[in-house]
Structures are given as C-alpha cells and as structure tokens.
Design a protein around this ligand. Sequence first.
Ligand code: AMP
Length: 355
Amino acid sequence: MGIPLASESRLASLEKRTPTIATLCSHSSLQIFHGARAVGFPTLGISVGPPPKFYDAFPLARPDRFLSVPRAKDLPSAAEKLRAEGAIVIPHGSFVEYVGAQTFADLDVPVFGNRAVLAWESDREKEREWLESAGVLMPRRYENPSEVDGPVIVKYYGAKGGKGFFLAKNREALEGFTPSGPHVIQEYVLGTRYYMHFFYSPLSDRGYRVGHGSLELLGMDRRDEANIDELYKLGAEEELLKAGIRPTFVVTGNVPVILRESLLPSAFDVAARIVERSIELFGGMVGPFCVEGIMTERLEFKVFEVSTRIVAGTNLFISGSPYSDLLEPGLSTGKRIAQEIERGRSEHRLAEILS
Ligand code: AMP
C-alpha cells in the first residue's frame, strides 16, 4: 500500500472486466504487447499519427487495436476512450519523455507502477538524495572544480543521451572548460558498465524478500553509445578536441551481458536498498527498474542512474534471459508486468500496483 491510488470504483471495474494493456507505440512496446498477449490480455497501441507499419512485421507482438493521437502530449484527450476500454497504461522509458512529466503525472487513466517515483527520478539532486540515503555508492560529486583530483564527467541537466557531456582527465583539463549551462561535475568512474534489469513485486511472498514483496533479476545489458564507444580508435582526447570532435553518449543499441556470479549478492544488495528506501520515501517503486552503474577494478559498484520503469535493454530478452529463465523459462519483463497485473486482479490487490 502507500501508492496514490486510482479510484476504488475504477479498480473494482478492472477486476470485473478483462483490462486492456496499453502503451505508447515505441521503445519496448513490442515486448509489452507480446507479454500481455501471452498472459491473455487484449492490447492497445497508442500511436502518434497513423499506426506504425513496422508492427506488421511482428505479428506476435502487434497490438490488437490502435488509438491514434496527433501528438504524444495530446494523450489526455484520449483518456476517456482509454478508460472506456478498461485500459491499464504501461509507462516505458520513452513514455514520460514524449508525453511530458506533468501530463503523465496528471493522466486520468490507471497506470502500472507508482507515479510518485517520477519526482524522485527526474531530478538528479533528489535521485542522489534517495540513493545516498539508501547507502548506495555513487560517483563522487564535486561542488567546486578546485576539489577535482581525478578524471571527471561534466553532465548538463536534462541532457538527452548524454549530449554535450564533457570529459576531463584531470583538474588542469577541466580548468580550460567553460560550461554552457546548469551542470554537475562528477567523478568519471573507470570500470565496466552494467545496466541491471530488476523487478520489484509488492504482491509476491516468495523468492528474494524485500519490503513486503520480492525482488527479481530479469536481465542485464550494456548500452552501445555513439560516439564514445568507438572514439578511442581515433586516439587521444586533446587531439580529438583540436579536431572539433566531442564525446557523446547517444544510445544506439544494447548488448547482453552477465555479471560474475560472485558479484550477484552485491547487485541484489544495492537493488534491495533502493527499493527499501523508495518505500520509506514515497510508498515504493513497483515493477521494473534498472540499476545503472560501473563496476570498478576493486569490485565496487557505483550507481550513476536508476531508471524506474521498463528500459529498452530488456528487449534483448523477449524470450528470456540467463537470469529470468531461472524464474520461469522464456520470461520477459513485458510478460512479468502482465503477470503482476493478473495477480493483482485475482487477489483484489490492484491498488498496490496501479496508480
Ligand atoms: P546518464 O545520462 O547519467 O545516464 O549517463 C549517460 C552515459 O554516460 C552512461 O550510460 C555512461 O556511459 C556514462 N556515464 C554517466 N555517468 C558516468 C560516470 N560517473 N562515470 C563514467 N561514465 C559515466
């Protein structure tokens, strides 16, 4: 409990009729529709403009029906139709970005997960407050450039895909840099990146117990990021800057990874702390979230970001991952979301997982 609830009468009606699983046609929608269908839910694709043709190429993941809106921001105008369909909206990584945080927060349609997480995730200061107070190790933040004693990454607020992030090898390299807007100076962590796909179920009473529910690990990926991933082939940074080439971190794809098995206990510990603190701060995250960080050579995991909904890296595992297969063969995050909704309905506990 503790989530700002969708109205009781609305939840009751979702128990009486079979709800429709709806999401915006983008990001991980194929996986969400595929998973919903596997559990037996009808599906609805919300498209911006006419339905995208690419769904025709994937018949097992094509939504049963489409609802078109002129722009993503016009979603509220479709709220009545969505309610009439008995829709439960599944937010994904692009959803909030396209629809807008305020529009999403105010959307008068039941949404899977706790919308209160938005305020804590979208603001880097609040996110740090959440994670640090949970006892999670994060890259050091420098208040003043004079404190810098190693490589740093300068991040601009709201920069999409790490656009314009500045890397400096040391304090001297930072001194020659004039930031162009609000930013943070962060320790540049040397190590290996992991994007861990967890799922917190407040309904489950078995498995790895956290809070009143349980924590599951469904997969893991690493993001391909242009142009940083290939930049090393061109040589030293000074030379690149002279040539007018600046590093960017625009995600272009994902590759599957696994973690050394001996590191799994600390991965679970970090994720469990994040969940437990979320329960104290805002009633708890529900469903999929991704812990994004860097494992150093000292085997310390430093978290630079938490994404609190389904991330695109889970698309690697539509037919299961080396982790989710140990929960249920072939289990995807999309299917796991649908299972949670089905369980919430059958146990009259939708109030704990929808907002
Ligand atoms: P973010 O916008 O925080 O998700 O960061 C975008 C990308 O920048 C990440 O996917 C990483 O590749 C890289 N990155 C972010 N923070 C750090 C850090 N503290 N040290 C090294 N790389 C980082």
